[in-house]
Design a protein around this ligand. Sequence first.
Ligand code: FEO
Length: 395
Amino acid sequence: MAKQITEKVSWVGKIDWELTTFHGDELSTHKGSSYNSYLIRDKKVALIDTVWKPYDQEFVQRLKQEIDLSKIDYIIMQHNEIDHSGALPELMKEIPNTPIYCTKKGEAIIRGHYHQDWNFVNVKTGDTLELGESTLTFVEMTMLHWPDSMLTYMSGENIVFSNDAFGQHYASESLFNDAVNQSEMMWEAQKYYTNILNLYSSMITKKVQQILAMNLPINMICPSHGVIWRENPMQIVEQYLKWANAYQEDQITIAYDTMWQSTRKMAEAIAEGIRNISPQTTVKLFNVAHQDKNDVLTEIFQSKAVIIGSPTINYGFSFAIAGLLEMIKGLRFKNKKAAAFGSYGWSGDAVKQINAHLTESGFELINEGITKLWVPNQEDLSDCTAFGESIAKSF
Ligand code: FEO
């Protein structure tokens, strides 16, 4: 059901309480998500974005209850990954000649996905569309996070429609940021940033500064996923500037895998060493074979160091650690230290290989790491505790 959010704007999206993973299985969404679409009724009527394909018919039927579809003058497609453009074919069956405003790349992506010759109007940064009392201004957001991404500013009601930027995979019937659990919401916003946007941090800084320099009054930020930033909307912009600037807290994350508990024992002894020297530092341990990978990545994003442990398997590291290292490399964390550890039976190569991956991924290695043969005895565990103490002293 549509929800009016200002005098001229209604939310006409879909709240997806069932969603548990996104981008295939790449991203866990423990709190569901939403696909936010917005209907602006001024002298002219504009629809901003649609919803994910599985909800296309539901979306169009509900939109029909809200407005005679022939009265929609413009469709604004800010980004055309299928979670936003998926309902476009169903909608265009009803209003095939309605112009679709999007970036040039957006047109290419829509054509590549749906193979239809719709009425496209390409827009670029600074282009405007008069709706009557309000004007839409488009700002390209290239690679934030796709080549076609853009945002739309609506004058009069002073709303930024930000598409994926400032979103969260967070289902809520409440719709607004001031009406939900704050820590849940911010965790989901940070997890979203870590797993989707961190790679583009330097571009985010430049783009946010460019938008701030425009000195636009902003009453509300309406993303395409999760809650609308109504109360103090600039808080998420300020948070993005912090997150984009080599973010870290006083936290050290120990992420490990273990076959017969030896590497786990080493992890716990290392944690004890860190706590001995730096009791104020938050130390968290995750067995990555059993924990949610995207949650662990978010913990690493928060950390000033990550300590990665794996037993040596097949002269290398474990399957779970391989996945984590690949994700770490892709997300390009900055300003973080790292170290490696692990038990072994005969070669002990895992630590050397983890070190190589961490270095390649831009982490500053604190030391050469620590290995222990078979099951660590008390002396071995004391060495691991001393190893943890040396890590804590490196800050
Ligand atoms: Fe929410 Fe990039 O799609």
